[in-house]
Design a protein around this ligand. Structure first.
Ligand code: ADP
Ligand code: MG
Length: 273
């Protein structure tokens, strides 16, 4: 399909005005492809539309991933389930479809340091973005510091509103540091705001029974847990740190035993966390 320069320019202009930018930017290549394959006009048009839609979908995912602010790239595809026998791989795979997010449910990922909680949280978060959900990933300490700052500056309501927007809020590493009473109360307000409106995924090295200590107040902890556990999937990983296992395998460390179960004495102080 040889097109005159004038027609080409007009086409590019019109495609731009229609915001069909992928079609516009790849016009020569796409038309060349259509000609090579001797496509009929409807088939050629369908091919062009498919490319535009495909690129839009990719862009939406790229945008969603950047908005989510994941701290690293961790894919579920490379997660080694054999290394974590206490984990039900089917349960994780079911969660990747994101139905639980549509229903506003909660996922709690519990276990000692290094067992893959953050990896799974990022992987499930990325799957949620691919499924079209808005996601925000944050560390518990950053989250609470942000809430406290907003509170001190008299804009707590705005901040809570902002944190209530994403369909899925992922809070990583709850329990590594205990909350002061004000922080616990701010966290409670966040949970209440999102309750039955948006999903949350929380990772913690503390068993749920120890959250009273994490929040420094058993009454607030109960109120928080009451809401979080109402529609929830609790996944407890009982196993060895994957990092230590890797190091042991390569002979870097010797004789380091299991790092314990959630709430064990390990406290989560691995340097490369
Ligand atoms: P946690 O958040 O439970 O402390 P991480 O998710 O940070 O643990 O895991 C520690 C490191 O080990 C990460 O680099 C992670 O990608 C890797 N890892 C952990 N478990 C697995 C696994 N089962 N398969 C592959 N990589 C894993
Ligand atoms: Mg982690």
């Amino acid at each position: 399909m040889q097109i005159a320069q004038m027609t080409h320019e007009r086409l590019a202009e019109m495609l731009g005005a229609l915001k069909l930018t992928s079609m516009r930017d790849q016009l020569d290549r796409l038309l060349g492809e259509a000609a090579r394959q001797e496509l009929t006009l409807p088939d050629a048009l369908a091919m062009l539309c498919e490319r535009e839609l495909g690129r839009r979908h990719e862009r939406r995912i790229e945008m969603g991933l950047s908005i989510a602010k994941f701290p690293a790239v961790r894919e579920l595809a490379v997660f080694d389930y054999k290394a974590q026998p206490s984990l039900d791989s089917k349960q994780i795979k079911d969660l990747t479809a994101g139905r639980w997010i549509g229903l506003g449910e909660t996922v709690l990922l519990l276990g000692p340091p290094g067992v893959g909680k953050t990896h799974l949280a990022i992987g499930l978060g990325r799957a949620a973005v691919s499924a079209g959900y808005s996601v925000l990933f944050t560390q518990a300490t950053t989250l609470v510091a942000g809430l406290a700052k907003a509170h001190a500056e008299g804009r707590l309501d705005d901040k809570l509103g902002q944190l209530a927007k994403p369909k899925l809020l992922i809070i990583d590493e709850l329990g590594y540091l205990p909350f002061d009473p004000d922080a616990a109360h701010l966290f409670f307000q966040l949970v209440s705001r999102r309750y039955e409106r948006g999903s949350m995924m929380i990772t913690s090295n503390r068993a749920v029974g120890e959250w009273g200590t994490v929040f420094g107040d058993p009454v607030v902890a109960t109120a928080i847990l009451d809401r979080l556990l109402h529609h929830s999937h609790v996944i407890t990983i009982r196993g060895d740190s994957y990092r230590l296992k890797e190091k042991r395998r390569s002979g870097l460390v010797r004789g380091v035993g299991s790092v314990g179960t959630p709430g064990g004495a390990d406290g989560g102080g691995e340097a490369d966390r």
